[in-house]
Design a binder for this molecule. Structure first.
Ligand SMILES: Cc1cc2nc3c(=O)[nH]c(=O)nc-3n(C[C@H](O)[C@H](O)[C@H](O)COP(=O)(O)OP(=O)(O)OC[C@H]3O[C@@H](n4cnc5c(N)ncnc54)[C@H](O)[C@@H]3O)c2cc1C
Length: 481
């Protein structure tokens, strides 16, 4: 086995495997490490937006069944009003594929390249540019011009760079496997609002569908089965409820924690992090794979690290802010978030330019900050307009004044954070871990753990009272009580 490579990639998950493939196609010699070949069997990303599907096509990876082409989203508002279909623009198609098949397909494609050497071992990068690992009970090491951490949330490359903070689990995710369920709109991802947290549901195979249920912190002590059956099942379209309840009783469940880390640094020219190692968000907007694939392909396309950074920061900022902001709007039950939610529904129902732009942003087809700013401003303006009371009752005006004030406070908080982000980037301070937390907290007022108050210490309860939320720090994916 050779001892020196152009690239050593740590982690052969979806992003690491695609990175190996894209680099090998450009003539690089790649060592690809994978510590746990079976880890991809857990609850992970399966829904890919059109840009991700295009990138897979670009490297010539085709997935047959059970992968399926997708057409967009359909949203079910919490008030039970008519569903809102949001079709991907310009006839573009996304892709949904069981995670295991996705990783196996990409990994096989990578190792079929003569210049990719898969090493099944836990890798440890060292400052001198070598990677050590144990194989056949023997300590081994190799060197590479560049070491890429595609090793997910607990990245050893991030640790080497001194960039790890304490991951805080913001909510828990439960994947419920439904057998024989008919989706209201096949080929669409179903976003069900209301209930304690949102549900994202999609077809995964001819006879199987998956519902990813978000369980916010304040329900961390609730009994899972009861919570799913009593609080979430009533939110589902009536034709799916029996399959959902049957899956819960049959324990066809998978668990994962949801931590949030904005992409503020991709490391250095020698030690690069990509995919979830660089940053990760709530799966509700399903951007993890699309952004991770973008990291991998852009890295392969740019020999110069600064060019890679410039291209990447340009493309990721809007999708990641949308991912964090969207989750906040859809999980928070306070009046100002409800007003924003109603405004978003209103824009989607009406259709037209703002709605189109928002769908392009959600699909990651449009990644421009200007579009995000435009859509955000329209949503806030509509939320304010809808808050203005139709009566002269002082009570109604007082209430609406409070909501407008809190909306203004949030917008102000957001603008200050973006400005801070820009300044920190200019000063080269993005390696600062505190900044990660700060940016994540801008969006996550409702999910802030007890020791991290939201903007201006606002309460996190629908009734305005402040109830403590326990903070899990271990990032584990244990089934709850
Ligand atoms: C519940 C849930 C639902 C999601 N749904 C979606 C979705 O629908 N769409 C979407 O786009 N995203 C979704 N995501 C996010 C998506 O799963 C991730 O963005 C994606 O898996 C990141 O891929 P990755 O290759 O960067 O990291 P990972 O998938 O975490 O892979 C990292 C790999 O590195 C290996 N590794 C780690 N350390 C070492 C080491 N020291 N040596 C060797 N190997 C190592 C691991 O074994 C693993 O195989 C979801 C996430 C969750 C939790």
């Amino acid at each position: 086995m050779s001892r020196h490579y152009d690239l050593a990639i740590i982690g052969a998950g979806p992003v690491g495997s695609l990175c190996a493939l894209a680099h090998a196609r450009r003539g690089a010699r790649v060592a690809l490490f994978e510590a746990s070949p079976d880890r991809h069997r857990g609850l992970k990303g399966e829904w890919m937006h059109p840009p991700a599907a295009r990138m897979l096509q670009q490297v010539g990876v085709h997935f047959d069944a059970p992968a399926r082409a997708t057409r967009g989203f359909v949203v079910f508002p919490e008030d039970g009003s008519e569903m809102i279909p949001l079709t991907y623009p310009d006839g573009s198609r996304g892709l949904v594929c069981p995670h295991e098949a996705l990783v196996t397909g990409l990994r096989d494609a990578a190792i079929n390249e003569p210049d990719v050497n898969l090493i099944q071992a836990r890798a440890q990068p060292l400052h001198d540019g070598s990677v050590s690992y144990t194989q056949d009970d023997a300590e081994q090491s190799l060197t590479a011009d560049r070491i890429v951490g595609a090793d997910g949330r607990g990245s050893v490359v991030l640790r080497l760079l001194g960039l790890t903070g304490k991951p805080t689990v913001r909510s828990r995710m439960i994947g419920v496997m439904l057998h024989g369920a008919q989706m209201p709109l096949e080929d669409y991802g179903h976003l069900l609002c209301g209930g304690p947290g949102p549900i994202f549901m999609y077809r995964l195979g001819r006879d199987i569908a998956c519902a990813i249920v978000d369980i916010p912190h304040r329900y961390s002590n609730a009994q899972t089965g009861d919570l799913l059956v009593n609080e979430y099942a009533p939110r589902l379209p009536v034709e799916i409820r029996p399959q959902f309840i049957e899956a819960v009783h049959g324990r066809r469940l998978k668990f994962a924690g949801n931590t949030i880390r904005p992409r503020l640094s991709y490391g250095s020219p020698r030690f690069v992090v990509i995919g979830d190692a660089a940053g990760h968000y709530h799966p509700m907007t399903a951007v993890g794979l699309t952004l991770g694939f973008g990291d991998a392909m852009t890295l392969a396309e740019h020999d110069n690290f600064d060019d890679f950074l410039a291209a990447r920061f340009d493309q990721i900022r809007a999708p990641e802010m949308l991912a964090m902001g969207f989750y906040e709007i859809f999980v928070d039950h306070r009046a100002e978030s409800r007003a924003l939610r109603q405004a978003v529904y209103g824009i989607w129902r009406r259709g037209g330019a703002v709605s189109d732009r928002s769908v392009r942003l959600l699909a990651c087809n449009d990644t421009s900050g200007t579009s995000l700013g435009f859509v955000g401003a329209m949503v806030v303006a509509l939320a304010v307009a809808k808050t203005i009371p139709r009566s002269l009752s002082p009570r109604a005006w007082w209430r609406s004044g409070g909501i407008v004030y809190r909306l203004g406070a949030r917008v102000g908080w957001f603008i200050r954070a973006v400005e801070e982000l820009r300044k920190s980037r200019r000063r080269g301070e993005l390696q600062n871990e505190k900044f990660h937390d700060k940016l994540a907290r801008v969006f996550l007022a409702s999910t802030s753990p007890e020791d991290e108050p939201g903007p201006r210490g606002e309460s996190s309860q629908p009734d305005g009272s402040s109830r403590g939320e326990s903070s899990q720090q271990d990032g584990s994916s244990q089934p709850p009580g």
